[in-house]
Design a protein around this ligand. Sequence first.
Ligand code: SAH
Length: 397
Amino acid sequence: MPNEVTLKVKAKAVKPLKAGYPLLNKEQFEQLNDLKEEGSIIRLVDERHQFIAKAYYGKQNKGYGWVLSDKENEQINTDFFQRKLKAAIEARASLFQSEVTNAFRVFNAEGDGIGGVTIDYFDGYYLLNWYSKGIYQFKDAIIEALESVSDYKGIYEKKRFEHGGKYVEDDDFVKGEKANFPLLIKENGVQFAVYLNEGAMVGIFLDQREVRQKIREHYSKDKNVLNTFSYTGAFSVYAALGGASKTTSVDLANRSYAKTIEQFSLNEIDYESQDIIVEDVFKYFKYARKKGKTFDLVILDPPSFARSKKMTFSASKDYKNLLKEAIEITENQGVIVASTNSASFNMKVFKGYIDSAFKEMNGQYKIEEEYTLPSDFKTTRSFKEGNYLKVVFIRKL
Ligand code: SAH
């Protein structure tokens, strides 16, 4: 049993917590000295010692832990995790039954009632991401609960805590059958090679499934497509399958070259008729401008923060400039897909960057459509910042 501490919450933090705000942070408390062991259960009480909620202590970049229950008598044990996991799996029933997709998110942290842990499904294999030492204390109970509500082939995990929130290299395999890598999964009938044993990024970002599908179905036919920050080229693969006249994928990381060839080849696309370029995106923009290259569709999906040898990119500071570069090499009536996973600004602010970028370029635009997280990446209304994904399809007029 984890130990339990009672913590008094400041008056102004009571209301949001009672309304379901799930995250613990420093500002909610007078002092946190009683918090010693990660994984402790915290009874949150108000100034008059009235019960508010039960949480656990787990430090991660976002805060100090997460609320688990608003019921004083609810025990945090295998049964508790079983109820949460069962509900999450039932909510994804249509994805589990899908003939065309067998990789998706099964449990999305606070959106499914337990902050600090996510579970993805890759054709029979589960991948658990642990975001704090605190939640990792519940590993055995959570895995026991998962096994009791679902069949699986094998379980893998990523410990994304310590070292300033960075992924810790370790043995990723937990139990069951080991997978043969690459594990071949499909999404909307498109194949992808996934590696659950190679670090934090496994080859595909599952939260863009709907965006990729839209690009294939409505924005690719006969288009010359530029995919920046392309990683394994997932957007390029969809664009090529959607009939793009050509795709150009640009990513700084050396690994991206072979990985993009692999994804194209799995889908029987001749990679030699596509461009795969290992280079800094900003350098590529300069080159494209000099050569007078333009594109009908430009996809921007940068990390929220990246440091390369020469520069740092931060979405909140630099997205507007990234857009300006893209606007310059997009054809009139062409489309820019602007995507960000930065939780530090919301859709309204993001659209502000888009508007400023076009204004500063003396350009006109029209927003065609918008996406946020798909429903398997479940979010909760009481924690809006959990819906970090923002994707805007912008037509340059
Ligand atoms: N759009 C991708 C995911 C991007 S992940 C997809 O849909 O799968 C972020 C990628 O940006 C990483 O592969 C990283 O190597 C790359 N990257 C970071 N900074 C870059 C830069 N300045 N120029 C090019 N690529 C960069």
